[in-house]
Design a protein around this ligand. Structure first.
Ligand SMILES: [Zn+2]
Length: 187
């Protein structure tokens, strides 16, 4: 996860990623210090210096399905399929970024088409369930993928700008995933 001080006992810990995820989820430093046999001060320092908000947001976005109001979706089969699609989409977006970073055109094309299929199926599924997306969100449209790829590619010669844009895109995508909720059903 980028450059981190070699002195940091948390970064050096073999369960560093689990600790980061726990911190992102708001698990208390005291609890983590006890569980992983680390100094509280080290964890506070690590959280302040090595775990920026963007990383925390990304960790939370992960393949996690919190935020999707599954309770209100009626069909059990469709629920798990929808949850799976949402989780898969996060991984596909991450793969898309990696492909962009390494200028891997083959993977880029493959992942883009998988994203298209994913978004189409999600839309169809939400339609079949008689639920809608609470806010019409451009991020759930297949055209968004095309725009995203074009935008990030256009910034290829400007690595800093590209990184900044990618960070914003990640945040928007996490937010969009959290907003996918069924519409109020008429009573
Ligand atoms: Zn650290």
């Amino acid at each position: 996860m980028g450059k981190r001080g070699t002195q940091c006992t948390v970064c050096a810990h073999r369960e560093a990623s689990a600790i980061d995820l726990a911190l992102a989820r708001g698990v208390s430093v005291t609890a983590l210090a006890r569980r992983y046999d680390l100094g509280s001060d080290s964890i506070y320092r690590h959280r302040a210096n090595h775990l920026p908000a963007t990383v925390r947001a990304k960790l939370l976005a992960g393949p996690d399905i919190e935020g999707v109001d599954l309770d209100r979706l009626k069909e059990t089969e469709s629920e798990s399929l929808l949850a799976h699609l949402v989780a898969l989409r996060h991984r596909l977006f991450a793969a898309l970024d990696t492909a962009e970073e390494y200028n891997d055109a083959g993977t880029l094309t493959r992942v883009s088409s998988q994203l298209h299929a994913n978004l189409e199926l999600t839309g169809k599924l939400l339609g079949d369930l008689g639920v809608g997306v609470t806010n019409v969100n451009v991020l759930v449209m297949p055209q968004y993928v095309e725009l995203r790829v074009a935008l990030v590619q256009a910034l290829a010669s400007y690595p800093e700008a590209r990184q900044a844009v990618a960070a914003v895109l990640h945040q928007l995508e996490s937010k969009a995933a959290a907003e996918i909720k069924p519409r109020e059903l008429p009573s």
